[in-house]
Design a protein around this ligand. Structure first.
Ligand SMILES: [Zn+2]
Length: 265
């Protein structure tokens, strides 16, 4: 399954120079053209994806969110302004969910039931799931089983009434890597990526891939920082669309539809 995190090129809390929320309104948006390119790519692939969208984006660019939904994709919630869970207590998380979900639902006129935590910050935490369930969420794709993120759950599991479908990780030389993520998709050999996907589907586990709209838009502005940051964030970006086309079959469905079909939902 393919997922897209709908955020701007400057929504990068890991950026060494930092981009303060107060500056966001003054930066040029990339999403209008990046969403066009993303929707065109998905149409050419004949897949339906789940777009985890910030409440901030719904407020600033409402027509884009409608455009995504009208193209037949699922809209999920990615929090209000990409604040990771480690910076929120349960009350702050409840407020963040209520605010971002309301912004999306007021715009769309239907329920938003899928959630992704910013920056894979769910880690091994379990306390957020009862709050997600209370807020009406049914599915989450907020975990990534790699070193540095707690090496937690790598298969779908129901937690406090919410089905967690972790993003796709796979082992290379015994080390779990983010096999569904953009850096691995760009730099690892296609043969390994294909084998990893095959192993995952043979075990009847969903392979959840992810990328950001700015990654498929060569005209999106870039953050300026050191060589390592630049290589990790922007290296071989031009390879991404072809990798997605090679790995994700036509007819692939949204997380919620696939979960129901797999009888997880
Ligand atoms: Zn994100």
């Amino acid at each position: 399954m393919l997922t897209v995190d709908v955020e701007e090129w400057f929504h990068a809390p890991e950026h060494p120079l930092g981009v303060d929320v107060a500056q966001w309104d003054r930066l040029p948006p990339s999403l209008p053209s990046a969403i066009d390119r993303t929707l065109g790519l998905l149409e050419s692939m004949q897949v339906r994806a789940t777009f985890f969208t910030l409440g901030w984006v719904a407020r600033k660019q409402p027509s884009l969110v409608k455009q995504i939904a009208q193209a037949g994709h699922e809209i999920g919630c990615h929090g209000w302004d990409h604040t990771p869970l480690e910076r929120m207590d349960s009350d702050a998380f409840r407020l963040d969910l209520a605010r971002s979900r309301a912004a999306l639902e007021d715009l769309l006129g239907f329920s938003v039931t899928a959630y992704r935590a910013p920056r894979w910050s769910m880690g091994r935490r379990c306390w957020p799931y009862s709050i997600l369930a209370e807020a009406g969420f049914k599915i989450s794709s907020s975990r990534l089983c790699i070193a540095g993120l707690g090496l937690g759950q790598s298969h779908p599991r129901r937690i406090d009434g919410v089905l967690e479908i972790p993003a796709f990780s796979a082992r290379l030389l015994g080390i779990p890597l983010p096999a569904g993520g953009t850096l691995a998709l760009r730099i690892l050999p296609l043969s390994w990526l294909r084998r990893a996907r095959h192993r995952q589907t043979a075990r009847r586990r969903p392979a959840v891939y992810w990328f950001h709209p700015w990654e498929v838009d060569p005209e999106a502005p870039r953050l300026r920082a050191g060589a390592l940051f630049t290589a990790v964030r922007y290296g071989a970006l031009q390879a991404l669309p072809a990798r997605l086309q090679a790995l994700i079959p036509a007819g692939d469905r949204t997380l919620s539809t696939a979960a129901r079909a797999l009888e997880y939902g």
